[in-house]
Design a protein around this ligand. Structure first.
Ligand code: HEC
Ligand code: HEC
Length: 494
């Protein structure tokens, strides 16, 4: 009897009617190579890519959280504690043009929070336009020369640069690309991370720094923002989460889905979820307003197209690995998967809600049983175990901000600080902290302006100053962000 039920469900589900995952599109101008992929993996997980060494791409996009962010901060929108609040991702503290932390009018001394929830990076591989509103699109221009480097299909590359220059996420105000490229030329790759994945560790053997890794990937030592984007996009294109129970079921393994999951898969089709969350990507990459929030709180797609028809529309998120995600929808308002599914049964009909393509108005006569079946399906049937367990290629290092110092004591200040004026600027040198003191990086200040966050124990300050005497201060920081008392030195130029 049970066998019969399963069999008929499998037939109903029309398992073979759905195609397997298509290959990831790769723009001809940026082919995938192994040195570029590994370089991209390092850059993605390197907190040194942010102006204050505290945020990597991976801070907000972690495999075990389904490619999204396990943390959640509150972005209060226009006013705090009201219906327009969004659960976003904490980025950097607000910095001024000198890189010095400054009080933010909304977030104060805490980290700034993005205005939308961080979506999964895994769904982005097939899309022509990225972000919830699709504002990062296919042609990719060199940010320095303006030349078109990728004619079409370069949305992932475009997205990287937008984020690197974003003041709430990774960059200080007045950010110049040379800050990034000079810093990458100087630092030890992944200096702030520990437990490096095997492929990364072996690429770093016998390599002194990023320039050699760029040479291996691109043919010469030049580090440019466009190459950073090329490498990170290449890494992202190889994160193919294609080994889920559903994929195995579609490939012919009728035992891959449990009975409950089969019911849920059937319900997903009966209730037209698959009209927007179209298998095998579980998205059609189009934009809809499902009536979650009033459009005035976030105009979504309309802000990109200027078309009032698009008010409040967001790109349909892929439901692959959705069971791993800690929060749902662009607002992050649901903290459990069941609440996101229940929204479709009980959610109020707000103005501007779009119809379901090919299925008319949005009203489901869904029983609570079907709702539970869908929940069961989404909880695990679209989860790739390698993503969940962060196994290759989804393995990653541990970030500095994930490690907490065991006690709240101040780190030791740097010692033996020396400064030597020379032809290229002033060379500063100090004794590095012992490895076991928890010091993760140093803040370098010149006359009370932050000039750099460095992970090494040396810095050449190229600024030529007209002042006769310049005061440098070096402050050590541990992985929890605690700062030492400063060590200082005065340089007299005459
Ligand atoms: C502070 C958190 C944060 C950091 C750091 C961050 N992201 Fe994101 N990411 C977001 C948020 C929030 C969005 C959605 C923004 C929107 O839609 O307006 C996003 C969107 C994306 C998307 C688009 C996904 C889609 O399907 O549309 C990709 C790809 C992505 N990020 C990759 C990256 C890369 C690469 C980096 C590093 C260069 C990075 N992110 C750094 C929070 C972050
Ligand atoms: C009209 C197209 C459409 C249909 C039909 C549809 N969805 Fe969605 N779905 C969306 C869009 C768009 C979002 C993102 C909405 C937002 O954040 O504003 C979304 C978000 C979700 C999310 C949250 C995913 C995440 O990562 O945040 C889940 C879960 C979900 N849908 C499940 C379903 C289920 C189950 C059904 C069927 C009952 C369904 N959807 C039907 C378009 C649709």
């Amino acid at each position: 009897m049970l066998r019969f039920a399963l069999l008929s469900l499998a037939l109903l589900g029309g398992g073979l009617a759905w195609a397997e995952l298509p290959p990831v599109p790769v723009p001809a101008e940026n082919p995938i190579t192994e040195p570029k992929r590994v370089l991209g993996k390092m850059l993605f997980w390197d907190e040194q890519l942010s102006s204050d060494n505290t945020v990597a791409c991976g801070t907000c996009h972690r495999p075990a959280a389904g490619g999204a962010d396990p943390r959640a901060g509150v972005n209060p929108g226009a006013d705090a504690g009201t219906i327009d609040d969004v659960r976003g991702s904490p980025g950097m503290r607000s910095l001024d043009v000198n890189g010095r932390p400054t009080r933010h009018p909304v977030f104060g001394d805490a980290r700034q929070v993005t205005g939308r929830l961080a979506p999964s990076i895994f769904g982005a591989l097939w899309a022509d336009a990225l972000f919830w509103d699709g504002r990062a699109s296919g042609p990719f221009r060199d940010p320095e020369s303006g030349a078109i480097l990728i004619a079409a299909g370069g949305a992932l590359e475009s997205q990287v640069l937008e984020t690197l220059a974003n003041g709430a996420e990774m960059a200080k105000p007045g950010y110049r690309w040379t800050e990034l490229t000079e810093k990458l030329g100087r630092v030890r790759p992944l200096a702030l991370a520990v437990d490096l994945p095997h492929d990364v560790a072996s690429a770093l053997e016998n390599v002194s720094g990023y320039p050699q890794l760029f040479a291996a990937a691109f043919g010469d030592l030049d580090i440019t923002p466009a190459r950073v984007a090329f490498a990170i996009a290449t890494y992202e294109r190889t994160l193919l989460a294609d080994d889920t129970p559903w994929d195995r079921y579609i490939a012919g393994d009728t035992t891959a889905l449990t009975r409950g999951e089969l019911y849920g898969w059937q319900a997903m089709q009966d209730f037209h979820c698959v009209k927007c969350h179209v298998p095998p990507l579980f998205t059609n990459n189009e934009f809809f307003n499902i009536g979650l929030r009033r459009s005035e709180f976030d105009r979504g797609r309309e802000a990109v197209t200027g078309d009032p028809e698009d008010a409040g529309e967001m790109r349909v998120p892929s439901l692959r690995n959705v069971g791993l995600r800690p929060r749902f929808m662009h607002t992050g308002e649901f903290a459990v998967l069941g609440a996101a599914v229940a929204f479709y049964r009980t959610g109020p009909a707000l103005p501007d809600r779009d119809d379901i393509p090919g299925a008319g108005i949005y009203s489901f006569n869904m029983s609570s049983l079907s709702e539970a079946d869908i929940r069961t399906f989404l909880a695990a049937a679209l989860t790739d175990p390698r993503v969940r367990d962060e196994q290759y290629p989804f393995d990653r290092p541990v970030l500095r901000t994930e490690r907490h110092s065991t006690d709240a004591t101040q780190p030791e200040p740097p010692t033996d600080l020396e400064a030597a004026p020379g032809a290229h600027g002033i060379t500063l040198h100090w004794r590095p902290a012992r490895d076991d003191t928890g010091v993760a990086d140093y803040i370098v200040e010149r006359d009370e302006h932050v000039v750099a966050f460095v992970t090494e124990n040396e810095l050449v300050d190229p600024e030529t100053t007209t002042a006769r005497s310049t005061t440098y201060r070096i402050i050590a920081r541990d992985s929890a962000g605690n700062e030492s008392i400063p060590a200082s030195i005065v340089v007299n130029l005459d």
